[in-house]
Design a protein. Structure first.
Length: 139
């Protein structure tokens, strides 16, 4: 991990603050509220929260909801540059495999920050998803 800072909602980073605020809006009967915020190439910030469902596969992760908000606002050619994932309910909150795949689709060099042992750590999507399947791999 290349960067580390406090994983608290009073962090002075607008991207981090947006992720923490989004977590408060999560529909999470499980009690695991997650927020995510992406920054695009335009500099705009878009947030999303997890939306759980009694049928677990229907659950939507915060990261993919933030990506969807960016696509709605900027169109399908949106370029994601950075994401922060946060939760007040756990010490750890790294993006799942599906979210990692979604992130690399819209930004092969995305900077990713998430909670690890209660601290916000930073890395790249390439480090989180080595040997990724991308659009370049499609016929």
């Amino acid at each position: 991990m290349s960067r580390e800072s406090t994983g608290s909602p009073d962090d002075q980073n607008p991207l981090s603050n947006a992720a923490w605020e989004a977590a408060a809006s999560a529909y999470a009967p499980s009690g695991f509220h997650v927020g995510a915020a992406v920054r695009t190439g335009s500099g705009a910030i878009y947030a999303g929260c997890n939306v759980e469902n009694a049928s677990y596969p229907v659950t939507l992760c915060a990261e993919r909801n933030a990506i969807a908000a960016a696509i709605v606002a900027e169109g399908p050619a949106v370029a994601i540059e950075e994401i922060v994932v946060a939760t007040p309910d756990s010490q750890n909150c790294a993006p799942c495999g599906m979210c990692r795949q979604a992130l690399i689709e819209f930004g092969p060099a995305v900077r990713v920050q998430f909670l690890q042992n209660g601290r916000l750590v930073g890395t790249t999507i390439a480090e989180l998803l080595p040997y990724a399947f991308t659009r370049a791999d499609q016929p």
